[in-house]
Design a protein around this ligand. Structure first.
Ligand code: H2B
Length: 135
């Protein structure tokens, strides 16, 4: 059985746990570091919000209720990890998620760990078949 490099890397990040964001040792990473880590979280892109770098991904879901189910799954991971993304359900069937570390106004490993864990969710039955290339 073959497995893509991205899928393997996703799993490595997904096995890690987020660390508390209020530590003094936590700093926003450079854009170059973020670009390197981005290769390990398929489907996510970097988005600059003013000076703040964020991770962004969008999915098209079957309907509004399936979108809410999706967000509940993400919320459970966020609570487990103590790291919380910005969640959007837009125009009834578009789930959009931004992940960033509020305390440092930028990206940390926590954001990539969370993105990898979101990528590992089983979204069977939730996504629109037409519009999603990945997951
Ligand atoms: C104490 C605790 O780690 C912090 O309040 C957390 C909670 N969740 C968080 N989530 C995100 N995305 N960024 C934060 O800075 C953050 N802070």
């Amino acid at each position: 059985m073959s497995c893509s490099a991205a899928a393997v890397a996703d799993t490595e990040l997904a096995r890690r746990s987020c660390v508390p964001c209020n530590s003094k040792d936590i700093h926003a990473m450079s854009e170059d570091s973020a670009k390197k880590l981005l290769e390990q979280v398929g489907g996510w892109e970097l988005a600059a919000d003013g000076d703040i770098l964020k991770l962004h991904r969008a999915w098209k879901v079957k309907n509004f209720v399936k979108g809410l189910e999706f967000l509940q799954l993400v919320a459970a991971i966020a609570e487990e990890e103590g790291h919380h993304p910005d969640l959007h359900l837009v125009s009834w069937n578009n789930v959009k998620i931004d992940v960033w570390t509020h305390s440092v106004k930028g990206l940390t490993d926590n954001d990539f760990i969370l993105a990898a864990k979101i990528n590992n969710l089983n979204l069977e039955g939730l996504l629109s078949k037409k519009a999603n290339v990945q997951n």
